[in-house]
Design a protein around this ligand. Structure first.
Ligand SMILES: C[S@@+](CC[C@H](N)C(=O)[O-])C[C@H]1O[C@@H](n2cnc3c(N)ncnc32)[C@H](O)[C@@H]1O
Length: 407
């Protein structure tokens, strides 16, 4: 068992600090870690899909509001050893749930279970839920409802071998659901992944951001929000913590007001997003409008090669050009895409000099068709698919030869 102040947490009286686990998609943890540190929180642990920190329940409001790359902010209530479901039930019963969940509320239990006595994790969820509602019934005379909906109180159980951790999931629905993407189209990039990709490029809102093949506009929208320093969490009106007993609405209002005050109103650069499909551009425009950044993005329907590239002087001075072409699964489609990737390479080489080029793809063979030498490759995952963000330095003039892929 890890060293948590068990007594303090068992009794739950005036619990101040606890460990906080912020989960993320595989590969995103290094970017999430940067965000956590920038917000002034310590990083106590890092795994492939999460970052551990510590703080109070109030701190989780700030984390939910400001983090762009995290998925869920989990506040540790108790850690204990449990060999089987009955031991789990007994330990859960000891947590002062009545301090967090109203007797007329609603709770959903989610879990990750790897214990030899449990064949179906749903059984662990039920035992955990029973412990919660029985405790509340004993203390308050009535039990809250329970079920699968994650839009109210969510409790997360992590159970590996004999070690159990019980968390309040302060996010409820994952933070990738920003609330702006009403029209996702096909193969959209998850919002948290797009935020991490923008972060990986190092783009900071002071140079142009060009996004041909924009699809539903996720990269351009996340860039606009980051460039303005406007939290993506402002767009959401429901979080798990809002359903906890004693939720401090005034603290939440103050945090929102503060971040709005600190956000820029405009950018000193251009964000251009284009796609060959009219319906994609229409969807991207609508999504950008919902996100409140439509006025900052110049949209156009065109082939990627027709995307306007503002004139710039010198390498990197112009900003970045980033494309997320399809990477296909069917062979016929892949043959067709080979030509697209080669064309994208020519476009970057010939039309985007002075910019930094990026391609995000899940197909390394197609990436080779680009014909440019990547100076950096960053590993990401889109669902189960391993992807790479490839960075190309697009030299101007006499340094042009350096763009060519070494044989
Ligand atoms: C993988 S999707 C991009 C998804 C996007 N990142 C998002 O989050 O929605 C690829 C996009 O490239 C567009 N596309 C395909 N061929 C194109 C071309 N020749 N010129 C411009 N856009 C193209 C498709 O219409 C599609 O929207």
């Amino acid at each position: 068992m890890r060293a948590v102040k068990l007594k303090e947490i068992n009794e739950n009286k005036g619990i101040e600090k606890s460990r906080i686990l912020i989960t993320c998609a595989k590969g995103i943890a290094p970017f999430l870690k940067e965000e956590v540190l920038q917000m002034g929180f310590p990083v106590l642990s890092e795994t492939i899909a999460g970052v551990g920190t510590e703080g109070t329940l109030d701190d989780t409001l700030r984390l939910n509001l400001l983090l762009r790359t995290g998925h869920r902010v989990l506040f540790l209530l108790r850690e204990f050893a449990a060999r089987d479901a009955d031991a789990l039930y007994q330990a859960v019963l000891e947590i002062a749930w009545e301090e967090y969940i109203a007797e007329d509320g609603y709770v959903c239990v989610t879990s990750s279970v790897d214990n030899p006595s449990i064949r179906d994790s749903r059984y662990a969820n039920v035992k955990c839920k029973d412990g919660i509602v029985d405790r509340i019934k004993e203390k308050c005379g009535r039990r809250p409802d329970s079920g699968p909906d994650q839009d109210k109180v969510v409790v997360n159980l992590y159970w590996k071998n004999d070690g159990c951790s019980v968390y309040l999931d302060t996010s409820g629905e994952p933070l990738s659901r920003r609330g702006y993407r009403k029209i996702p189209l096909t193969a959209p990039m998850q919002e948290t992944l797009a935020a991490a990709v923008v972060r990986a490029t190092g783009w900071n809102g002071s140079s142009h951001f060009i996004n041909p093949m924009c699809g539903s506009g996720t990269l351009a929208i996340e860039a606009a929000l980051a460039g303005l320093n406007r939290p993506s969490g402002l767009l959401r009106d429901n979080y798990g913590f809002m359903h906890f007993r004693g939720f401090k609405q005034s603290l939440w209002n103050d945090l929102r007001a503060q971040t709005k005050k600190e956000a820029k109103k405009s950018l000193g650069c251009r964000i251009i997003a284009t796609d060959i499909r009219t319906e994609a551009v229409e969807a991207a425009k609508k999504n950008a409008a919902t996100a409140g950044v439509e006025h900052l993005i110049e949209f156009a329907v065109c082939d990627y090669s027709g995307t306007p590239i503002p004139d710039v002087e010198g390498p990197d001075r112009g900003g970045i050009v980033i494309l997320n072409p399809e990477y296909g699964e069917r062979m016929g489609k892949i043959k067709e895409l080979e030509g697209v990737y080669k064309g994208v390479g020519d476009y970057l080489k010939q039309k985007c000099k002075g910019y930094r080029g990026y391609i995000f793809t899940g197909n390394p063979d197609l990436a080779k068709k680009v014909g440019l030498k990547a100076r950096r490759r960053v590993q990401f995952f889109s669902g189960a698919i391993e992807c790479r963000l490839l960075e190309y330095e697009l030299y101007e003039g006499s340094r042009k030869d350096k763009n060519t892929e070494a044989p």
